[in-house]
Design a protein around this ligand. Structure first.
Ligand SMILES: NC(=O)c1ccc[n+]([C@@H]2O[C@H](COP(=O)([O-])OP(=O)(O)OC[C@H]3O[C@@H](n4cnc5c(N)ncnc54)[C@H](O)[C@@H]3O)[C@@H](O)[C@H]2O)c1
Length: 255
């Protein structure tokens, strides 16, 4: 039997990259997938692709920074789709400005990144908390290598702070919700080739090489590399796993 049969899975930021790959992977494992993204076009296309492949998927436009919209959307999903049992908090952005850059630029980065990468996770989790509690659901948050370290390559302090926060939130929620049977874990991707780093890949091959040189598996990752661990954490295969982060970084953090 498929690993996620009878589950309804919500994935944020599902129009592109890692979220899109996870949504498709969950659908292949039998889940009915609800794809959410601020970009209505890409998320509709991603859902269409899943349906064409024989999966069950619907899409909704949602900006996860808009708290009221998150709650309204959760009600809409409950009415139109059903009881959500899996939530993947994946939507996120990064910026590569040093903390010593122009004050206003750094402050804007801080506000934009914290309100999406951290407050967005909070908003969506709270909005879907009721069905997740009833379903003894599973939450998978997307962290990063930067849930642990600040890269020495130009990278924003806001991003590092947000991803440390995602890991802290994961542990806090796992501790509180465990007795109800709700499991909360994170995935820490390494350098995965997606739109988030398309510009770096196009303009700064030396930076990409520095990542690869530091990575025991000696390559960058693809969105598909995240799918297996994401299925594991959402399925009964991980029934006794909560409050942890699975690093999917080619071994980056071990060296
Ligand atoms: N690619 C990597 O190397 C890497 C490494 C570590 C962690 N991550 C994390 O993985 C997650 C997914 O990133 P990705 O690499 O797939 O990037 P991506 O840019 O390909 O996808 C991000 C998606 O989030 C959506 N999004 C942006 N703002 C949104 C908002 N306000 N509300 C809803 N959706 C919004 C975008 O439209 C896009 O579809 C992010 O949390 C990112 O921080 C990525």
């Amino acid at each position: 039997m498929a690993l996620l049969a009878n589950h309804i899975a919500v994935v944020t930021g599902a129009g592109s990259g890692i979220g899109r790959a996870i949504a498709a992977g969950y659908a292949r494992e039998g889940a009915r997938v609800v794809l959410l993204d601020v970009n209505a076009d890409t998320v509709a296309e991603a859902a269409q692709e899943i349906r064409k492949a024989g999966g069950k998927a619907e899409s909704f436009a949602l900006d996860v920074t808009k708290r009221d919209d998150c709650f309204a959307l959760a009600r809409q999903v409950a009415d139109k789709v059903g009881q959500v049992s899996i939530l993947v908090n994946n939507a996120g952005i990064t910026r590569r400005n040093a903390f010593t850059a122009d004050t206003e630029t750094v402050a804007k980065d801080w506000n934009d990144i914290i309100s999406l990468n951290l407050n967005g996770v909070f908003n969506v989790t709270q909005a879907f908390l009721a069905p997740l509690r009833v379903a003894k659901g599973r939450i998978v948050n997307i962290g990063s290598i930067q849930s642990f370290v600040h890269l020495r390559t130009p990278s924003s302090a806001a991003y590092t702070t947000s991803k440390h926060g995602v890991l802290g939130f994961t542990k806090a929620l796992a501790a509180e919700l465990g007795k109800e049977g709700v499991r909360v874990n994170a995935i820490g991707p390494g350098f995965i080739e997606t739109n988030i780093n398309a510009n770096v890949r196009a303009t700064n091959p030396a930076l990409v090489q520095a990542f690869v040189d530091h990575t025991p598996l000696a390559r960058t990752g693809k969105p598909e590399d995240i799918v297996g661990p994401a299925i594991f954490l959402a399925s009964d295969l991980s029934a006794y796993v909560t409050g942890t982060i699975v690093m999917v970084d080619g071994g980056y953090r071990t060296v």
